[in-house]
Design a protein around this ligand. Structure first.
Ligand code: GLN
Ligand code: ZN
Length: 760
């Protein structure tokens, strides 16, 4: 009874072995064979680590992206990469990363990279499947069969994992505006053939991922589920339909009645689904409950899970399976690699391997009674009890400050209309003022100095001198360029979240807590484990130094509370909104200290505000309300004369414009250069009342924008937003660019602003 399984394992490797193997191959420093054997070694190690499970995922490994792999399996590749003669893996990289025309003129020619987007509400990015009305599918099961054979040879109890047909269509994009649901009839025979191929290999269970079921579905998408799974029902394999990342809610009935052998649900985020589902589920079906959080790094409260699970196990008997809530792709691999984490904090955490260990304890308790794992359960209880009462987690002063938050705290003294003239008077800016978003190129010297400081090769004084030299350089360059509002350049920051996390109490950092973001790219989210407070000012010294070098206004530069939250692993013992408000109070103190130090303009970046939106629209308002309130608490304690900027580097504002306006920043800078200013429509239609800096320089591209192009973009902007409320700036920070690109680009930008002013 209570069979155990896993939905997917992180493939990047405990020490990011896959990243290094990929990058060395891409640089031409190792062979394809070496890369492939690095992949095989990781698979083997990961299967061994999962050997205690009853069913182990196969096909979850990918050299780049599991959705792209599925596109290859289904023979759905963009036309521009078809007819490629090399190795299939090279073609995978070609689709994923693109290739420049110059370097491949003689062979395959240039290829545009596939579009990338976030996998549901995670920080993992997949390559978006491309469709047209003419798309045809053709099975290529080679990758899956090879991995299956490899797993079998190692004695793995293999459960192949694939992305399901409805989710596959739903997360793709029709390039010609056609209805991608029209492709379902063409797609299903290929899925049927794939399942038949697996059946012929003696596969019993296949995990077919349909996370789109946790979102709100139109009638035609609901219908597509019925069509799809009725088509596949004659297959000889048993299908475990896997949903995760949220609640099925109104899709419960649909999910329960699809003709498949089993259903997996996320019993962390969708626990409320479980009891109704048990009532709805036909009595022959397996119900797999995702009882270990696959999205976070905290130990599970095993006794609490058992209290809930034991009666269900009683009812379901052999029909109950247990698993993590989703693929473990979203958590780091192994906590035992962490040697610098404080032991107390470490005793509260679980990474992928530890989570599988927890699953085995739960299974043993269900099979043999809690007594059989009494020691493990007791140790788990002791760790959790220590966490619950730890003074490192709970800071009464912070809690009292949060309790004192009232509506007044997030309000500016006066409305924008009243404060704008006071700011104009103080700042004396020209029409179409120019500024940048914060960072300047992170040169090799900067990175060396930072690494040297971290490693103890550079003492604090030498490090400070090195950073001040960089700041001085950035100020000099900006003065020479003739920019109006300057920045210090963020040389001292490795990362816009980590930099603040390191200085706040309540945060910790792992050494190897890497999570794949896309391809070989990983992020190491800081761990927000306790009540947040700011023991000392974080940025004031750097900003005041920068201001001392120039008479022009120097922007104070902060990351906002919502972005810090959304890019961290966040404690699970209180609502996210509570942690966000604590971050807001801490950053508010920084804002007020900057103001006290004479800083006239303060920018609070909220790059990740939009990506925190819940999967279901019905839950958006609640999130946006506390997110906006948190920003307001951070920003709005300043006097009328102090100008607050915010920055967001994305391009969809239509559906959140009211909340953006609710933040009440004096100036918002956004990413627009690639959308030809069309996204300003949202601001125009809403009659957005404050100032806007629509980006006119695509910082993701090495291309230098011309003065004429920038003027043209700003003219388009001025058709939508009154010119007196427009700023001229790049799309985002410049840290990934080189000075040799930045100087000519900003020269053109400043010249464009001057031309626009002359025409006013
Ligand atoms: N101030 C940050 C920078 O310029 C903003 C980065 C971002 O929005 N992602 O680097
Ligand atoms: Zn940005």
């Amino acid at each position: 009874m209570a069979l155990t399984h896993n939905l997917g394992f992180p493939r990047i490797g405990a020490k990011r072995e896959l990243k290094f193997a990929l990058e060395s191959y891409w640089k031409g420093e190792s062979s394809l064979d070496e890369l492939k054997s690095a992949g095989a070694a990781l698979r083997q190690r990961h299967w061994q680590a999962q050997a205690g499970l009853d069913l182990v995922p196969v096909g979850d490994f990918s050299f780049y992206d599991q959705v792209l792999d599925m596109s290859f399996t289904l023979g759905n590749l963009p036309e521009r990469v078809q007819g490629f003669h090399g190795d299939a893996l090279d073609n995978t990289f070609r689709v994923a990363r693109g290739r420049s025309a110059e370097s491949h003129a003689a062979c395959c020619g240039g290829v545009a990279a596939g579009e990338m987007t976030k996998w549901f509400d995670t920080n993992y990015h997949y390559i978006v499947p491309e469709f047209t009305a003419a798309t045809e599918f053709r099975l290529d099961a080679s990758r899956l069969l090879a991995q299956l054979a490899e797993a079998r040879a190692q004695g793995v109890r293999a459960k192949p994992v694939i992305v399901g047909p409805v989710t596959y269509l739903a997360i793709g994009k029709a390039k010609d505006g056609s209805n991608r649901l029209d492709l379902l009839q063409r797609l299903l025979p290929v899925y049927a053939e794939l399942l038949e191929t697996l059946a012929a290999q003696g596969v019993e269970w296949v995990q077919i991922d349909e996370p789109i079921l946790v979102t709100e579905l139109d009638a035609d998408w609901q219908h597509a589920f019925n069509t799809a799974y009725h088509h596949l029902k004659s297959s000889r394999v048993k299908l475990l339909l896997a949903t995760y990342f949220g609640q099925l809610a109104e899709n419960q009935y649909l999910a329960a009645n699809l003709p498949v052998a089993g259903l997996h649900v996320d019993a962390i985020n969708g626990r409320d689904d479980v009891l109704p589902l048990i009532g709805l589920l036909p009595s022959h079906k397996v119900l797999s409950l995702g009882v270990i959080n696959g999205r976070n790094i905290w130990k599970t409260d095993l006794a609490a899970v058992l209290d809930w699970l034991e009666p269900l196990a009683e009812r379901l008997g052999d029909r109950l399976w247990i698993a993590p809530s989703c693929s473990l792709l979203h958590v780091p691999v192994d906590l035992s690699s962490e040697h610098k984490l404080d032991p107390e904090l470490k005793s509260w955490l679980a990474f992928a391997l530890q989570k599988l260990g927890e699953l085995e304890v739960l299974a043993a308790a269900l099979r043999e009674g809690r007594g059989a794992v009494a020691d493990a359960l007791a140790a788990n209880q002791a760790d959790l009890a220590a966490r619950r009462s730890s003074p490192r987690v709970h800071n009464p002063k912070v809690q009292a400050a949060v309790a004192r938050i009232d509506a007044h705290l997030g309000m500016r003294e006066s409305s924008y209309a009243k404060r704008a003239p006071k700011q104009a008077e103080r700042l004396q800016l020209p029409a179409y003022p120019t500024t940048t978003i914060g960072s300047f190129p992170q040169t090799a010297e900067i990175r060396q100095a930072r690494a040297g400081f971290k490693a103890g090769r550079l003492d604090a004084a030498a490090y400070k001198a090195a950073m001040q030299a960089e700041i001085a350089r950035a100020v000099r360059e900006q003065e020479a360029l003739g920019l109006d509002v300057l920045v210090h350049g963020e040389a001292e920051r490795n990362d816009m979240v980590e930099y603040f996390g390191e200085q706040l109490d309540g945060y910790a950092f792992s050494q190897f807590g890497w999570v794949q973001s896309y391809g070989s790219r990983c992020v190491k989210p800081p761990i927000l484990f306790g009540d947040i407070s700011r023991p000392h000012p974080m940025t004031v010294e750097w900003i005041t130094y920068a201001q001392s070098l120039t008479a022009k206004p120097m922007k104070g530069m902060l990351t906002g509370p919502v972005t810090i939250l959304n890019w961290s692993f966040v404690r699970d013992d209180q609502p996210r909104s509570a942690s966000c408000k604590q971050l807001a109070l801490a950053t508010r103190e920084e804002v007020l200290d900057l103001e006290k130090a004479g800083v006239r303009v303060i920018q609070i970046d909220e790059a990740a505000l939009r990506e925190g939106l819940p999967l279901r629209r019905a839950q958006w308002k609640e999130y946006l309300d506390w997110a906006v309130e948190s920003f307001r608490i951070t920003a709005n304690g300043v006097r009328d004369e102090t100008q607050i900027h915010t920055h967001m580097c994305y391009s969809e504002f239509n559906d959140i414009i009211e909340s953006i306006a609710g933040m009440d920043a004096d100036v918002i800078t956004i990413e627009t250069s690639r959308s030809d200013m069309e996204l300003l429509d949202a601001f125009e239609n809403f009659q957005y009342p404050n100032e806007i800096g629509p980006g006119v320089y695509d910082i993701h591209s090495p291309n230098i924008p011309t003065q004429a192009h920038i003027v043209q973009l700003m003219r388009k902007a001025a058709e939508r937003i009154p010119a007196e409320r427009l700023w001229v700036n790049p799309d985002c920070g410049l840290k990934t660019r080189q000075w040799a690109e930045v100087i000519p680009a900003l020269t053109n930008m400043v010249a464009a602003a001057r031309a626009l002013r002359a025409a006013v």
